[in-house]
Design a protein around this ligand. Structure first.
Ligand SMILES: [Zn+2]
Length: 430
């Protein structure tokens, strides 16, 4: 979430510039406040806190059957330590951030039936194709309900639209558009587009670009499904280092999926005057109480027969708790003595203003132990995802089967991120 907090900071800076002017005293004051705000925001960054993610990953190892322990037990420190890798990557690539959340409320009402549960279907539905016929003229196409609707810029703001009889659009998208998703620019050759629409080659076409309006609202459940596939493949390939690295990272994303505030656009209470509730819920409370008060014996990992349904259910369940998370804290902030809500903590030579222990305890109690329950469910789900990948790969025997070690996938993925970053930057100037 804190990448987005950074964005919020940039917005604030922008507003400060407008309201006060860069040279005024108020302007300087507001800039100072901003720097303090951003700085404080970064002090508590992370999801479940780094502490929580590491703890959850570690505990998940103990849900595994003895056959898997031959690989996982010797690597338990790696799995613990690298539970936070995906968060670290968020600062290297803006595209990583979308994998950690999904603003479900952006897509309508619970249970968000208009949102396809498959990534490619959602992309078809929520991507625009912009056909640049000339510098001044373009046509925008949108795959609505798996059909194709086009809007001409002549009639901006698109009052005039027409539905094309193109029921083969999903197939065209999968065959000719999706393979270019990771290119520097997400675009398709003019000839391909012209051929699809049955147009002559001399019909004006400068470029055909695709605008992804899905990803900026988060893709967490889709990414979980992809991670499950990747992890299964790593088991199939008998690639030890890949198995361990992907297991650690899967643990991270699944941990995020259990946090209610990772499923709403009001992710840090910024819309309800509850700024800071994100770290309060997922970092401060576990750091205060998990080690002593929480019970992490959750039983054995179980087989996930339908990963897509299973992961969507986790995210939807998290989302169903959003109202409680926000309303209970709101009510508590009104009824709890106001001078006992915030305390000062010493951390690494810094004094940090944070929620007092008793205030946190009261919040936890009123939520009926929700934080502990979600952590426990994270542990169970993570163990189950690893276990399922192992079963689906034919239960390789770590003592007998030949294993290899490679880091190729990691390299390939970073390459893609850099390319995509470049692509978006170019788009930002259009
Ligand atoms: Zn995260």
């Amino acid at each position: 979430m804190y990448t987005r907090q950074k964005f919020a900071g940039i917005e604030l800076e922008y507003q400060g510039f407008n309201y006060f002017g860069p040279m005024s005293r108020l302007g300087i004051l507001s800039a100072l406040c901003l720097v303090t705000l951003v700085f404080l925001g970064f002090q508590n960054r992370g999801d479940w806190g780094f502490y929580g993610h590491r703890l959850i990953n570690r505990m998940a190892v103990f849900t595994l059957p003895p056959e898997m322990m031959y690989l996982f037990k010797p690597n338990i420190d790696f799995i613990t330590e690298h539970a936070v890798d995906p968060d670290k990557r968020r600062y290297a690539s803006p595209f990583e951030a979308a994998r950690h959340y999904m603003d479900l409320d952006h897509w309508g009402q619970y249970p968000y039936d208009n949102l396809p549960r498959q990534w490619s279907e959602a992309l078809i539905k929520y991507s625009d194709i912009v056909w640049y016929r000339s510098d001044m003229d373009s046509v925008i196409y949108r795959g609505e309900d798996l059909w194709l609707r086009f809007y001409t810029t002549d009639s901006f703001p698109w009052k005039k639209s027409e539905l094309l009889d193109k029921s083969d659009f999903p197939q065209f998208f999968m065959r000719s558009i999706l393979p270019h998703y990771y290119d520097d620019e997400w675009e398709i050759p003019c000839e391909v587009w012209q051929a699809y629409l049955g147009l002559d080659k001399d019909v004006p076409c400068q470029a055909v670009r695709i605008i992804d309006s899905l990803s900026s609202h988060g893709i967490l459940p889709y990414h979980l499904i992809k991670m499950q596939r990747d992890l299964t493949e790593a088991f199939v390939d008998r690639d030890k280092s890949k198995i361990i690295r992907l297991s650690a990272e899967m643990g991270h994303y699944l941990g995020d999926a259990h946090v209610p505030l990772h499923t709403t656009s009001n992710y840090n209470g910024q819309l309800t005057d509850q700024l800071g509730i994100h770290a309060f819920w997922e970092s401060r409370i576990p750091e205060l109480f998990a080690e002593v008060d929480y019970d992490f014996f959750v039983g054995k990992a179980s087989y996930i027969s339908d990963p897509s349904e299973y992961y969507w259910n986790i995210v939807l369940t998290s989302n169903s708790f959003v109202d409680s998370v926000l309303l209970i804290e709101k009510e508590l902030s009104i009824t709890f003595p106001s001078d006992q809500q915030y305390c000062f903590d010493e951390r690494l030579d810094n004094t940090v203003r944070t929620q007092c222990r008793e205030y946190a305890r009261a919040y936890q109690t009123r939520m009926n132990g929700m934080v502990e329950a979600r952590m426990r469910q994270s542990v169970q789900a993570i163990g189950s995802s690893w276990y399922t990948a192992w079963i689906d790969a034919g239960q390789p025997d770590f003592r007998k089967d030949a294993f290899v070690a490679s880091d190729q996938t990691l390299v390939a993925e970073e390459d893609i991120s850099q390319k995509k970053e470049k692509r978006i930057k170019i788009r930002g100037h259009e």
